[in-house]
Write a protein that binds this ligand. Structure first.
Ligand code: A2P
Length: 295
């Protein structure tokens, strides 16, 4: 699995296709991370098609991830959702398919459906039921690997009690303000790779929140290496041996974000960054689902 992938959350229509094509053909990415709920998979698919027909990148050289949304968490809907995503992306198989969260919502709820008290409506479907359907997708060849996103240690422990195929990946929010080192250690111990989302602190989605890209410590380290703060954050993620998926639709930034293999952060710099942890989540469902998912 290539350690740096292009994220596509919040990548708007009209831009994301070109971003995907540019990342693959011009910037050297071989990993694209998407999801059904980003509502842009058709255009991601157009970008993939252009990249693959350019002759510069072959399908089998690229690692493509998508995610099953929570309102498809039902025995009868998992394969359907996967096939819809494959059709939108114009692919015959996914390299990795993730359960997007560890909770199920009703089929008719679309993105999210809150009750009159502002709490997300849930569906009576266990993770186990969904995981067993995910395993069937591997058997049928629609996906090469399966995993989860936003899973906590107890959720993983439960899943591992019955999984015939253990999750290849847990994709979680990781950056210097939310380092989750013990969860990473636990995943490593169980042989589960960890992917870092919102590695730059999700600046396009975070008005009124701390701006990680302007952190003084990160900025000083960046200056000493002649690199940008974004490059320091991405390099830091790779040195922690996590996979990292910075999102951008700006060609110069797409290139910049993968240009992190010609320098190394020292032990001292890694320690300075370790000290920045404040368990701060930019992506906290308590804000929009009305219940404490991570508490
Ligand atoms: P844009 O897509 O307009 O280039 P995260 O991956 O943490 O969610 O961050 C994504 C956000 O960070 C997007 O708003 C993206 O903007 C911005 N971004 C991506 N790369 C860089 C960079 N190298 N420097 C500054 N901002 C960046």
């Amino acid at each position: 699995m290539p350690v740096i992938g292009l994220g596509t959350w919040k990548s708007p229509a009209g831009k994301v296709g070109a971003a995907v094509e540019y990342a693959l053909v011009e910037a050297g990415y071989r990993h694209i991370d998407g999801a059904y709920i980003y509502h842009n998979e058709k255009e991601v698919g157009q970008g993939l098609a252009k990249a693959f027909t350019s002759g510069r990148v072959k399908r089998e050289e690229a690692f493509i991830t998508s995610k099953l949304w929570t309102n498809f968490f039902a025995k009868s809907r998992v394969e359907l959702a996967c096939k819809n995503t494959l059709s939108d992306l114009g692919l015959e198989y996914l390299d990795l398919y993730l359960m997007h969260w560890g909770i199920a919502t009703p089929p008719e709820s679309g993105d999210d459906l809150l009750d009159e008290q502002g709490v997300l409506q849930l569906a009576p479907v266990s993770v186990r039921e969904v995981w067993e359907e995910m395993e069937k997708l591997v058997a049928s060849g629609l996906v090469r690997a399966i995993g989860v996103a936003n899973f906590t240690a107890p959720m993983l422990i439960d899943l591992l009690t019955y999984a015939k195929i253990k999750p290849a990946v847990n994709q979680i929010e990781l950056h210097p303000y939310n380092q989750q080192s013990t969860l990473i250690d636990f995943c490593n111990y169980k042989g589960i790779a960890v992917t870092a989302y919102s590695p730059l602190g999700s600046p396009g989605n975070s008005s009124g929140k701390p701006v990680l890209l302007q952190d003084e410590t990160i900025d000083k380290i960046a200056q000493s290496h002649g690199k940008t703060s974004a490059q320091i954050l991405i390099r830091w993620a790779t040195q922690r041996e996590t996979i990292v998926i910075p999102k951008s639709t700006t060609p110069e930034r797409i290139k910049e974000n993968i240009d992190v293999f010609d320098f190394e952060l020292s032990k001292k710099e890694m320690a300075l960054i370790a000290a920045l942890d404040r368990r701060y989540r930019y992506v906290d469902p308590a804000e929009w689902w009305g219940f404490p998912y991570f508490d």
